[in-house]
Write a protein that binds this ligand. Structure first.
Ligand SMILES: Cc1cc2nc3c(=O)[nH]c(=O)nc-3n(C[C@H](O)[C@H](O)[C@H](O)COP(=O)(O)OP(=O)(O)OC[C@H]3O[C@@H](n4cnc5c(N)ncnc54)[C@H](O)[C@@H]3O)c2cc1C
Length: 397
């Protein structure tokens, strides 16, 4: 251990990710944004650097690393390219961790092999009429003989069109049409008939990863595709949300990384840029801005690392993950905005990365649970009440 509280292995991993970020990932970031093409070359780099699937247990081909290890890599990569940071999130957290926690041996082997080969799984929850209120989803899986037939529409699905493995949430109905609750199924694009990518959303930022509308039309799945059984009304979905705390920490980490990247650019520029015969960092107005930015970043980093550490051996604590995501996503937007201001007109130009960072970072108070809904999660934990207005607002009674 050292003063940062990181082990020597973690420091090595962080150094590896930083080197990759500073080199090839930084070089490609603007082009990935401009062309809106998924960076498959960066996926290969992540694979070679063993930063993909590192949280997968060793028995399934991964490295059995903890959430903090993943966070260190995601943080470093996101400072250079948020899209690449998100790929590191979704190949280490979220859907893959849900499958590794709840799946059968067969499901775990399949999902691990796909991710380790470079597939970024997609997680399909949100629907046009069921966003924050995910329990209101209308996608349904009807049991018919020895199969489920899935019909419905999801939107804003990250990776739609590039991801192969999909973890899809639907209301499950038995043969008699009785609702059993929400369950999670695995399907594979281009193999599972009836899974159709029907539209790409034109997004503000994070343009290198497609956000898509996905339709399920009479999509037939065997019972072996069910990863998270409904287990009574809403309980299956609560299982997903437990696993999803890892993804929330991951999303907070991307926001943190983007803001750290922008802050560093502003810090360097503040020495380089001269006005009134001196570096602009000699003006107290900017010194205090830098101080405030660094305070926000240190606080956010502490929350994110703490939330990640809380999940060792399981999943991150829901309260800590929600606190980390709300604080980090909101403060990262402010830090990036302030960093852009340091550059004056240059900051507003597409020739510098600041405007891309400002677009990219804006997403994190929305995706993966909005800041408002996560505040309700925090309040529920403080009040020790299950509040219905959260994505996992199930009740045992
Ligand atoms: C870039 C991006 C990637 C995404 N990726 C995925 C993905 O891979 N898979 C997936 O399933 N979904 C994904 N989403 C969808 C995301 O999870 C939803 O956008 C989010 O849960 C909010 O749902 P909504 O957009 O329908 O907003 P709404 O639920 O309609 O909310 C609108 C506004 O009302 C507020 N609000 C709603 N309920 C309450 C309440 N009870 N109290 C206070 N305020 C409230 C919200 O905070 C928000 O400000 C993604 C979204 C984005 C932007």
């Amino acid at each position: 251990m050292n003063v940062s509280g990181l082990s020597s292995d973690q420091l090595k991993l962080q150094a590896r990710a930083r080197e990759l970020a500073a080199g090839p990932v930084t070089k490609r970031a603007a082009e990935v944004d401009r062309t809106e093409q998924y960076p498959w070359d960066n996926v290969d780099l992540l694979k070679d650097a063993k930063l993909i699937g590192m949280t997968i247990p060793e028995q399934y081909g991964g490295q059995g690393k903890g959430w903090l290890d993943a966070v260190l890599a995601i943080e470093a990569l996101s400072a250079a390219c948020a899209v690449t940071g998100r790929i590191a999130v979704e190949t280490n957290m979220g859907a893959i961790s849900a499958v590794m926690a709840y799946g059968s041996e067969e499901q775990k082997k399949m999902a691990a092999a796909m991710v380790l080969a470079g597939d970024k799984p997609a997680i399909c929850i949100t629907e046009p009429e069921a966003g924050s209120d995910a329990n209101g989803m209308t996608t349904r899986a009807d049991k018919k003989g020895n199969r489920y037939v899935v019909n419905g529409r999801k939107h804003w699905i990250t990776g739609g069109g590039v991801s192969r493995l999909h973890l899809i949430f639907a209301k499950v109905f038995d043969e008699k049409g009785n609702e059993e609750g929400i369950g999670g199924f695995l399907a594979i694009r281009d193999e599972t008939v009836g899974l159709k990518i029907t539209k790409r959303e034109p997004t503000m930022g994070l343009r290198g990863i497609p956000e898509a509308v996905i339709d399920f039309e009479e999509m037939e799945l065997p019972p072996s595709a069910l990863v998270i059984p409904p287990r009574g009304l809403k309980k299956g979905f609560a299982d997903l949300m437990t696993a999803y705390n890892s993804q929330r920490v991951g999303a907070a980490t991307v926001a943190l990384g983007i803001a750290q990247g922008a802050y560093q650019l502003a810090l360097d520029w503040s020495e380089e840029r001269h006005q009134f015969g001196r570096p602009i960092n000699e003006f107290q107005g900017l010194q205090w801005k830098l101080a405030d930015m660094s305070i926000k970043l240190s606080a956010a980093q502490a929350l994110v690392y703490n939330a990640a550490r809380s999940g060792e051996g399981g999943f991150p604590d829901m309260l800590l993950a929600a606190q980390a995501k709300v604080f980090t996503s909101e403060n990262a937007i402010q830090v990036v905005n302030d960093a852009l201001q340091f550059f004056g007109a240059r900051g507003y130009s597409r020739e510098l990365p600041l405007e891309r960072m400002a677009r990219d970072v804006r997403m994190f108070t929305i995706g993966g649970g909005t800041a408002e809904v996560l505040r309700t999660v925090v309040a529920g934990a403080l009040l020790k009440k299950k509040l219905p207005q959260t994505r996992d607002g199930w009740s045992k009674s």
